[in-house]
Design a binder for this molecule. Structure first.
Ligand code: F6R
Length: 273
């Protein structure tokens, strides 16, 4: 896991955007997995600004959103589809047919979930999956206790998540109790993962994800099994990491440029070059 600790939320968004732009523009990542929620709002702002500056083009990009509430029509103010329209889709040149979303109003949940997985497969899989994290360590709507091999399916929201998400609704009673979500196993199938998190209320979940045991009680900890994970967080979200200074110095993995410089100097000294 590569961990980048930024001074604040704006810096997290800029750093995350740099990575997204690099993967889309330079590495041909044309299938993106996207989250909703507060965490990616500034990143989406950066993506829109980058599109307006002509730095990034979405004309041949496909997107798959992680999840959708059950029982909310697309037009509902709090549907995740509506959130994405407002924060990203309406402002960039994504083709309507390339936007893939779970239908929270479907009358056949199993077929809907299987078809979503099928579409991902047909497009060669997700190349870059962007994630936020819940206070309870959830990714997508995979709440504590979800099997770490789970596939796209329907899930029951945890009390903590209903409490957290009620800020968007008139009251907690209006927050849907169920959702459709990519599974943890589905998320782990992505070629690369980018997790962003800010704020001290995420500090326990982040510490559990990076330094805790792999456990379904913090489904994000399953990312420890993935080989290409970038975690970009602010100081507050990093505050409970015991190895924070190490991550700051090294990014949590070898700095290849520094390593080569050291190696070349050692080779020279040994008369090998
Ligand atoms: C949303 C999603 C969730 C959120 C998480 C954090 O599509 O998949 O896992 O990323 O609940 O939400 P915020 O960013 O609002 O704190």
């Amino acid at each position: 896991m590569r961990v980048t600790i930024c001074s604040n939320e704006a810096a997290v968004a800029k750093e995350a955007y740099k990575l997204v732009r690099d993967r889309v523009v330079n590495q041909g990542a044309k299938v993106l997995g996207l989250p909703t929620g507060s965490s990616p709002i500034k990143l989406y702002g950066e993506m829109v600004a980058g599109y307006q500056r002509k730095e990034i083009d979405f004309s041949d990009v496909h997107t798959f959103n992680l999840d959708e509430y059950l029982g909310l029509p697309v037009e509902h103010e709090q549907s995740y589809r509506n959130f994405m329209n407002t924060n990203l889709f309406n402002h960039v040149n994504l083709k309507a047919d390339n936007i893939h979303f779970l239908d929270g109003m479907t009358d056949d949940l199993d077929s809907e979930c299987m078809a979503y997985e099928g579409k991902m497969e047909d497009l060669g899989g997700i190349k870059l999956q962007i994630l936020g994290i819940g206070r309870d360590g959830h990714i997508g709507f995979n709440e504590p206790g979800t099997p770490l091999y789970s596939r796209t399916g329907y899930v029951t929201l945890a009390a903590e998540t209903i409490e957290d998400n009620k800020r968007f609704f008139k009251s907690a009673d209006e927050v849907p109790r169920w959702a459709l979500s990519m599974g943890v196993g589905t998320i782990l199938d992505a070629r690369e993962i980018l997790m962003i998190a800010t704020g001290s209320n995420k500090a326990d979940a982040i510490a559990g994800m990076i330094e805790g045991p792999i456990t379904s009680m913090n489904t994000a900890s399953a990312l420890q099994l993935h080989n290409e994970v970038n975690i970009i967080i602010d100081e507050a979200a990093a505050s409970k990491l015991t190895r924070k200074e190490y991550y700051k110095k090294t990014g949590g993995s070898a700095n290849v440029a520094d390593m080569y410089a050291y190696l070349m100097a050692a080779r020279k000294k040994a008369g090998l070059d």
